[in-house]
Design a protein around this ligand. Structure first.
Ligand code: HEM
Ligand SMILES: [Ca+2]
Length: 541
C-alpha cells in the first residue's frame, strides 16, 4: 500500500482489509514479521532451531516432555467450553504462522508410515523423532515443518530468522472477513452488503480445502476468513454464527439507512461486528483468564473512551503466538457434547458434518447446557490432542499427532528462549531448583525427570506449570505475556471500538447501541462463559 493511499485511508472511518494504515509504521499488517519480547536463542544465532540446553547438551525430546510432564488427566474448570472456544476463535483473528510448503502442498518430512526419513529432505524439515518405547504412535517420526522465515527485499532470509504473521494482528474479525484483499473479495456475495453463504445460512464451500466428508452426504469443506475453520466443529460453529450475525445486521442496516451505498452498509456492518469481537474479548473473556490483572492493566473497556498511544506496537509477539496463547490447548475438553451425545474430539477433527446438521446442539453444548466444561489451565492436556490429534479415520493405530510436542518444537523452531528468561522480564525472581514449587507449581519436581537444569525449561512448559494467580486461570508469567499482548492490541489500535478519535468513533448514541447489541449477543452465546454455578465445585486457586 503506497503512502499516498495510506494518507487517504487515514481519513477513513474503516479499517483496511490487511490492517495496513492503522499504525504509522504499518505494524499489524498481514503477512509481515512478528515482534519479540526477547532476542531469539537460535543454536547458531542466525536461524537454526534451539536444540541445546545451557551446558550444550541436547534439550529433551519434545515427545518425552509431553509424555512425562504433561499427562492426560482430566480436571474440569468452573467454566463452560465457550471459554476454550472463544480463545481459539480469537487466536484465529490475530495469529497464524504459515509453514513452508512445496509445489504439491504440504512437505513430508518423515518416511512412509512414520519411518525415519531416508535420503534428502526439505531443508525446513524439523521432524519430531519419537522416543524408544513409544506406545501411542506408530513408527519413530512425527511430521513437523518449520514456519516460513521472513525475507528482505532481495528475498534473503532475515538474520536472525524471524517468522511471519499471515493475519491482521488487530482484533478486527479478520477470521470472518479475511486478511487479504483477494480472500475478502472471494467472501463477499453479489449484493454488495452480504457475505457469501450456502443456502443462506451456512458457510460457503472451499473446493481446494481438504476435510473429512461422509460418503453419500452433502458435506463440504468450509471457506472463511481463516483457513483453519474446518479444524473442529466448535470452531466451525463460531464461524457460522458470526457469518449469520453479519448478514442479519447488514439487512437491518440496509432497511434503516436506505440512502447509504452498499459499500457503506457492508463496512459499517463489518465495523460493528469487529467491535463486538473486541467487546467480548476485553470485557468478558480476558477478565476470566487474567482475573483482576485485566482491570489493573486497563484492558476492560466498559465506560469512557480509549486514547491511542502511538508508541505502542500492535504487532503479535512471537512468544505470545508460539507459547503463551497456546495455554488454551490446556482448556480443551475430551468430548464435545452434541445433543444427548458426548463425542470424543478425535472423531470430530476436520469434519464439518456436525456444523451442517447439528449447529444448535453444538452451540448449546459449548455454552454449557450438558455441563461438560473447559479443562483448567495446567500442565495436563487431554489425550485427544496429545495422542489423537487429526488422527485419520480407520487408519491403523498411532497415525495422529501430539499438539504439545508440536508446540514445543514450534518454540524451538522459532528460537524462543527458555521460560527462565521471561520470569526475569516479568519482574519475577529466578527459579531456585526443581523443588521450587512456588515458582514452578506443585509438579516442579517432575520436571527434573526430563530437564537437566531449571534454566532449560521450554517457555510453553514453564508457563502451564505456574500456579494460577488468585481469581485468574493463569499464573504470573503467562499473565504478564498475555497482558502485554492484549494491552498492545488495545492501545496500539487506532480503530479500537471505544476510541476517542472523532473521525472513527461511534457517536455516543451508537456506542450505547453497540454495548446493548453486544450484551444481547453475549446473553445468547457467550453469557454461558460465566460460571455455570450448579456444576462447579472446583476452585482454581
Ligand atoms: C480443539 C481445539 C484446538 C485444536 C485442534 C488446535 C490445534 C492447533 C494446531 C494443530 C496448531 C498448530 C501447531 C503447530 O504446528 O505449531 C495450533 C496452534 C495454535 N493454537 Fe490451537 N488448537 C485448538 C484450540 C486452541 C485454543 C483454545 C487456543 C487459545 C485459547 C489456541 C491457540 C493456538 C495458537 C495461539 C496457536 C498458534 C497459531 C499460529 O500463530 O500459527 N488453540 N492449534
Ligand atoms: Ca485480525
Amino acid at each position: 500500500m503506497s503512502l499516498q493511499l495510506c494518507t487517504d485511508v487515514a481519513l477513513s472511518k474503516y479499517r483496511t482489509v490487511d490492517g495496513s494504515c492503522n499504525h504509522p509504521k504499518n505494524w499489524g499488517t498481514s503477512f509481515t514479521p512478528v515482534a519479540r519480547i526477547l532476542p531469539p536463542a537460535y543454536d547458531d544465532n542466525v536461524g537454526s532451531p534451539r536444540t541445546r540446553g545451557k551446558d550444550g547438551y541436547p534439550l529433551p525430546n519434545p515427545r518425552t516432555i509431553s509424555s512425562y510432564v504433561h499427562p492426560s488427566t482430566s480436571d474440569p474448570a468452573a467454566r463452560t467450553i465457550m471459554v476454550m472456544q472463544w480463545g481459539q476463535w480469537l487466536d484465529h483473528d490475530i495469529t497464524e504462522f504459515p509453514v513452508v510448503t512445496n509445489a504439491n502442498g504440504p512437505v513430508k518430512c518423515c518416511g512412509p508410515n512414520g519411518t525415519l526419513p531416508t535420503g534428502e529432505t526439505n531443508p525446513n524439515c524439523f521432524p519430531i523423532l519419537l522416543p524408544c518405547h513409544e506406545v501411542n504412535f506408530a513408527g519413530s517420526c512425527m511430521e513437523f515443518i518449520r514456519s516460513v522465515g521472513a525475507t528482505d527485499r532481495d528475498g534473503c532470509l532475515l538474520n536472525p530468522r524471524e517468522q511471519v504473521n499471515s493475519l491482521t494482528s488487530f482484533v478486527d474479525g479478520s477470521q470472518i472477513y479475511g486478511s487479504t484483499e483477494e480472500l475478502a473479495t472471494r467472501l463477499r456475495d453479489g449484493t454488495g452488503i452480504l457475505l457469501k453463504t450456502k443456502k443462506g445460512f451456512f458457510l460457503p464451500e472451499d473446493e481446494s480445502a481438504s476435510c473429512i466428508l461422509r460418503p453419500g452426504t452433502n458435506d463440504y469443506c468450509f471457506l472463511s476468513g481463516d483457513h483453519r475453520v474446518n479444524v473442529q466443529p466448535g470452531l466451525g460453529a463460531m464461524h457460522t454464527i458470526w457469518l449469520r450475525a453479519h448478514n442479519s445486521l447488514a439487512k437491518e442496516l440496509r432497511s434503516v439507512r436506505p440512502a447509504d451505498s452498499n459499500e457503506e452498509i457492508f463496512q459499517l456492518t463489518r465495523k460493528i461486528i469487529g467491535a463486538l469481537q473486541q467487546v467480548i474479548t476485553y470485557n468478558e473473556w480476558l477478565p476470566i483468564i487474567l482475573g483482576t490483572e485485566a482491570s489493573k492493566l486497563k484492558l476492560t473497556s466498559k465506560t469512557g473512551r480509549t486514547t491511542l498511544i502511538p508508541e505502542v506496537d500492535p504487532r503479535i509477539l512471537n512468544e505470545f503466538a508460539t507459547a503463551a496463547m497456546r495455554f488454551g490447548h490446556s482448556l480443551i475438553p475430551e468430548v464435545l457434547p452434541i445433543g444427548s451425545r458426548k463425542v470424543l474430539l478425535r472423531k470430530l477433527f476436520n469434519r464439518p458434518a456436525e456444523v451442517l446438521e447439528n449447529l444448535d446442539d453444538l452451540i448449546a453444548g459449548i455454552a454449557g447446557v450438558s455441563r461438560v466444561m473447559s479443562e483448567s489451565v495446567d500442565r495436563n492436556f487431554v489425550e485427544e490432542i496429545t495422542n489423537h490429534l487429526f488422527e485419520p479415520p480407520a487408519a491403523p493405530k498411532g497415525r495422529g499427532l501430539d499438539l504439545v510436542s508440536l508446540n514445543l518444537q514450534r518454540g524451538r523452531d522459532h528460537g524462543i528462549p527458555p521460560y527462565r528468561d521471561y520470569r526475569k522480564v516479568c519482574g519475577l525472581r529466578p527459579i531456585v531448583d526443581f523443588d521450587d514449587t512456588e515458582a514452578l507449581g506443585p509438579y516442579a519436581a517432575q520436571l527434573a525427570r526430563v530437564y537437566k537444569s531449571v534454566d532449560d525449561i521450554d517457555l510453553f512448559t514453564g508457563l502451564v506449570h505456574e500456579r494460577p494467580l488468585r481469581g485468574a486461570m493463569v499464573g504470573p508469567t503467562l499473565s504478564c505475556i498475555l497482558g502485554t499482548q492484549f494491552y498492545n492490541l488495545k492501545y496500539g489500535d487506532r480503530f479500537f471500538f471505544d476510541t476517542d478519535d472523532s473521525a472513527i468513533a461511534f457517536s455516543d448514541g451508537k456506542y450505547l447501541v453497540l454495548l446493548i447489541v453486544s450484551l444481547y449477543i453475549i446473553k445468547i452465546y457467550v453469557l454461558s462463559i460465566r460460571t455455570s454455578s450448579r456444576t462447579v465445585d472446583i476452585e482454581i486457586d
